[in-house]
Design a protein around this ligand. Structure first.
Ligand code: SF4
Length: 212
């Protein structure tokens, strides 16, 4: 017997998959992280060059471990020794076959909101990698685009700033002050509302709470 939350996520997942497909994204709903990992690995061809950014949910389902230990080539900024190497790795990621990322907010009608401090993640989502694979827990799904934007600005961004131990108004008060701090993460706020070429961006929605 599914829990009320599992049922709720399942119902909303069905709606969101349909609406994402209407915007030419590929989309699947998985009940849990084990199913999501299996689906993600089906979508990554052997030998593919894989990179990622802002992909905590992918990490939580075990995809990073699977990719790092599987038959793939990886571009991993965290293995770089210097700032220059990190920057070059972020640029090289734009040429990868499969880019793994997450969503700061999703609207039930099939649009994604992502906030980025450096811009490498949203750049790769917009253009470059052959395939973008978005892993997102159903806790990211809001009723409409305004609510998805609000979630990205007032929940995901402050939590990420706290994760990076940055000193911004949101890390002091817990609310966004629309700051202009040098370390502000809210530099790029991108709405991805449609997919061209069709199927380049693929969503795996997971019926669990994942990411920030
Ligand atoms: S705009 Fe500034 S205060 Fe608001 S969430 Fe972003 S970093 Fe925090």
């Amino acid at each position: 017997m599914p829990t009320p939350k599992a049922l709720y996520y399942h119902k909303r997942g069905e709606i969101l998959v349909k609406n994402l497909k209407s915007r030419h994204f590929d989309a699947w709903y998985c009940e849990n992280r084990e199913e999501a990992l299996k689906k993600a690995l089906e979508l990554i061809p052997e030998g593919a060059t894989v990179s990622w950014g802002g992909a905590m949910s992918a990490q939580q389902i075990g995809l990073m471990d699977a990719v790092n230990n599987g038959p793939y080539k990886t571009i991993d900024r965290d293995k770089c020794q210097t700032a220059e190497e990190r920057e070059q790795a972020a640029k090289n990621a734009l040429f990868c076959d499969v880019y793994l990322t997450g969503a700061n907010g999703l609207s039930l009608d099939g649009q994604m909101v992502n906030i980025d401090g450096t811009g490498n993640r949203v750049a790769a989502t917009i253009y470059g990698p052959k395939t973008v694979l978005v892993i997102a827990g159903m806790n990211k799904v809001m009723d409409d685009l305004d609510a998805a934007m609000q979630r990205a600005r007032t929940v995901a961004a402050p939590l990420n700033q706290m994760r990076f131990l940055r000193d911004n108004p949101c890390t002091v008060t817990g609310t966004c002050a629309d700051c202009k701090s040098e370390t502000c993460i809210c530099n790029q706020i991108v709405i991805t509302r449609h997919c061209r070429p069709a199927g380049r961006i693929k969503f795996i929605l997971v019926g669990e709470d994942l990411g920030l």
